[in-house]
Design a binder for this molecule. Structure first.
Ligand code: MCN
Ligand code: CUN
Length: 798
């Protein structure tokens, strides 16, 4: 922290008018987005650019007997047909996944999931490439597939990973956390225990822009430039260099505008490698952009955790212990996109917002004949699953004890004075005030009145049931610290480089990569706050490994916690240097000059009228620097966070269920979030709205499904249902502010909170509507037919 101040208190004096912290500055990037001037990978065009189309397997499990590209090559515009053999020559037939597994770039021997990449056709235009791909003849020896994790672990299941030496089953990994024995003791002695099984179904992040790349090798400079849809360009370049053997400084990765990532653009996909390799070999630019169904069927899926939850408690609702056991489907390769040391992500925080003495979690993961996945989808690495588990279980406990679920939560919350709080699985929560957030949400939702109305409807046997669901979640975002979080060994720090130009305008470069979160605005706001500059005078750049400082990218809501901190620290370094120049300009001793955050000026102690802004002294750094001072006004910071940040919130969802149709209507949707000090309330609100919409999609609609032959039956937008404006109710948002004590500007991340927090609130609401008839759980997605079945089984259907 800067010695001169304690950081901004934006909620106290937000809006000093320069666009600093706490101001709802309009998004700078929207000018180009809403006028059609965004620049996405598919907008990248190069002279002589070729196009790549991937040939994909129609089978989920099959040995490749032969690939014949001659009919494709016979097409006039087809330039090349590539198979694993061609890539083998360059050592690129396989690539490492983010979890130390090895995935085929193009299938060498055996197809392991439907739509896996088998061959690539390079042609002069996209249509020719597609025609060519249709003409590639692949002979398959079809094998029995297994697409269900439990079935995959049975003794007679076909072995998927026979490429791994000595592998004779589909077991992928085991993982555990907490104290098994102490937890078993607690359960054995507890007056009350409850148990529920729940599936967090397979989802797909489904960003509007699918994945793509343009490989552009320049033989003149011996440099490979790859424009690609990447949430993490720097680490992708390092991995490219390691795999291809091309020196890292000879590779430039540019992530231009990204049309939504949601975790889908963290892994490296075969298409990227093929486009880059083809361009290198052919010495011509090569573009690959996948279609919608290719995106859903072959790129990283999310979730697919089959969970058993258990709570041990006292008669009056004090939680004594939590236990969970998970069966995870990892698909055909272990390619989960999580920090290397966390095979189950941050699932460890399944004790949630509650002060619980003992906990134990265990997990078994299996390989199946489905796309590799377990990518984080707006979830900070399995926190969504953890929150779903604990928030559902608290409701199960409340119903068992016939207690108000709000009361059970209040009874068990970690109290504000307990922070920093160490959870029974060893995680250090930085700060929180859970009860205040819950009370606020309950008040906004008019909770007591709805409880009253709910009772009335049950007594009157009305056609429409009312259900009230609560979720009081705790998130964990902002990976690092580097010592515990890394990708392929590279520690999870992040960075900012701030340069103030002679005319007092600034360029900021950051190591993270926006995909729609508004970084060009909010990072400029941090600098505006710290340097007293106008936000309009600051440009933020990212996504170019040639010019930006190294960073680990944007996922796990880490941009604000990590790169945001780097930006604040770099700003303060600039301010420190500016101070000596200010003293020089003000003709005062440096010790007599102080910084005033409110006015954004340096002034002479005791003579506030003698003041100067950083904009005004910038020229001095280049034209009139004090003796002995280095010229220029620039600073870089690489920030390794001491801890993660723990944003939280309470959501209250009120639904109406039609007993004649099973249709669920949202009557009210209240979201109270706390992400510490807020940079841009409007952008936060946008993040919350988007994430709640995804939470509704999760709870009500979305599911990637398979048939027995391994065909993806939910692999396009006809079958994989995303919520539209029609399904989304009005959201009522509120907030509380509990700053992070270890973050330079007291901010926590927020991008994933709404998706993490909302599904259990929605399911709790639907269950709550039917709880009086003995319903304890409804599986997601809660489509009308699922709800209808539940109504029938519980005798509530009309
Ligand atoms: N913010 C703020 N004050 C805070 C915290 C955040 O003003 N105290 C602002 C930030 O400055 C930033 C935005 O809110 O502009 C989100 O910040 P943060 O929580 O740090 O999250 P990231 O920027 O790291 O974004 C990642 C997160 C993730 S992991 C997914 S997935 C997701 C999400 O953001 N994908 C998105 N939101 C998305 N929004 C869009 N439009 N597109 C995606 O792909
Ligand atoms: Cu959890 S999805 Mo986001 O980390 O890219």
């Amino acid at each position: 922290q800067h010695p001169e101040d304690d950081g901004p208190q934006p909620e106290k004096h937000c809006g000093h008018g320069r666009g600093g912290m706490g101001e709802s500055v309009s998004r700078k990037e929207d000018q180009r987005f809403i006028t059609g001037r965004g620049n996405y990978v598919d907008d990248v065009k190069r002279p002589g650019m070729l196009h790549c189309e991937l040939v994909r397997s129609p089978h989920a499990h099959a040995r490749i007997e032969d690939i014949d590209g001659s009919r494709a090559m016979a097409l006039e515009s087809v330039v090349a047909v590539l198979t694993a053999d061609d890539l083998l020559e360059y050592g690129l037939a396989t690539m490492p996944t983010l979890m130390d597994d090895t995935q085929d770039v193009l299938v060498n021997d055996k197809v392991k999931f439907q739509s896996q990449e088998v061959a690539a056709v390079i042609a002069e235009d996209r249509y020719a490439a597609k025609d060519g791909a249709e003409k590639v003849e692949v002979e398959y020896d079809v094998l029995d597939p297994v697409v269900d994790a439990a079935a995959a672990l049975e003794d007679d299941a076909p072995v998927i990973r026979d490429d791994i030496e000595g592998k004779e089953d589909n077991h992928c990994l085991d993982w555990e956390t907490g104290d098994e024995e102490a937890t078993a003791d607690a359960f054995a002695n507890a007056p009350v225990t409850v148990e529920e099984e729940m599936l967090y179904q397979r989802l797909h992040p489904a960003p509007i822009e699918t994945c793509g790349a343009v490989g552009d090798y320049d033989p003149g400079k011996d440099k490979l430039t790859v424009h690609m849809t990447s949430q993490a360009p720097h680490i992708h370049r390092t991995l490219f260099a390691q795999v291809s053997g091309i020196p890292e400084h000879k590779i430039r990765i540019v992530s231009p505008d990204v049309g939504g990532g949601f975790g889908n653009k963290v892994p490296i996909y075969p298409g990227y490698v093929v486009a880059a390799a083809a361009s290198y070999v052919l010495e011509q630019p090569v573009k690959w952009v996948e279609e919608r169904s290719e995106n859903i069927q072959s790129t990283g899926f999310a979730r697919d955790y089959d969970m058993k939850g258990e709570i041990a408690a006292t008669e009056d609702g004090e939680i004594l212990a939590v236990r969970t056991d998970v069966l995870a489907d990892h698909g055909a390769y272990n390619a989960v996109a999580q920090p290397s040391k966390f095979p189950a992500g941050f699932f460890n925080i399944f004790t949630g917002s509650y002060d619980i003495d003992t906990a134990y979690g265990s997990l078994t993961a299996a390989y199946t004949n489905s796309a590799p996945g377990g990518v984080a989808y707006r979830c900070s690495f399995r926190v969504t699953e953890a929150v779903y588990l604990i928030e559902r279980m608290v409701k199960v406990l409340a119903d068992e004890l016939e207690m108000d679920p709000a009361e059970v939560r209040r009874k068990n919350f970690i109290q504000p004075e307990q922070f920093p709080y160490e959870s029974p699985t060893g995680w250090n929560y930085d700060s929180g005030d859970y009860e205040t957030a819950l009370d606020k949400a309950l008040e906004m939702a008019d909770y007591e009145a709805y409880r009253e109305e709910q009772r009335r409807r049950i007594e009157a046997d009305e056609k429409k049931l009312l259900g009230i669901g609560i979720s009081s979640f705790t998130e964990v975002v902002g990976a690092g610290p580097g010592k515990s979080c890394d990708i392929a060994g590279v520690e999870m720090f992040d960075s900012a480089d701030i340069r103030v130009h002679p005319t007092g305008k600034a360029t900021v470069r950051v190591g993270v990569q926006t995909q729609g979160q508004g970084h060009e605005t909010t990072f400029a706001q941090i600098v505006a706050e710290e340097l007293g500059m106008d936000v309009e005078d600051i440009t933020v750049e990212h996504g170019d490994t040639d010019t930006d400082p190294y960073g680990l990218g944007t996922y796990g809501s880490r941009s604000t916690p990590v790169a945001g901190a780097a930006t604040a620290v770099a700003s303060r370094k600039v301010r420190d240097k500016a101070k000596s120049i200010a003293a020089n300009e003000l003709e005062a001793a440096e010790d007599d000059v102080t910084w005033d955050r409110e006015s954004g000026e340096f002034h002479v102690v005791g003579a506030p009228e003698r003041s100067i802004t950083i904009t005004e002294i910038a020229a001095g750094a280049y034209m009139n620097k004090p003796a002995g001072e280095e010229p220029g006004l620039e600073a870089v910071n690489y920030y390794d966070p001491p801890e993660m940040t723990y944003p939280f919130g309470s959501y209250v969802v009120i639904v109406e269920i039609d007993r004649e149709t099973g249709e669920v209507d949202f009557e009210k949707f209240v979201a109270v979030d706390d992400c510490g000090n807020r940079i841009n309330p409007m952008i936060i609100e946008g993040q919350i709205h988007g994430g709640l919409a995804q939470g509704i999609g999760t709870a009500m609609l979305e599911h990637v499904t398979f048939d027995d032959n391994g065909n993806v039956t939910g692999g396009d937008f006809m079958n994989y249902l995303l919520p539209t404006a029609m399904e989304i109710p009005e959201f009522e948002t509120g907030h509380t502010v509990t700053p992070s004590p270890h973050h330079p500007i007291g901010a926590k991340g927020v991008g994933e909170s709404p998706t993490v927090g909302s599904p259990p609130a929605i399911v709790n609401a639907v269950v709550d509507a039917m709880a009086h008839a003995g319903v304890s759980h409804v599986e997601m997605p809660m489509t009308p037919d699922v709800v209808w079945e539940t109504l029938k089984e519980s005798g509530l259907a009309q």
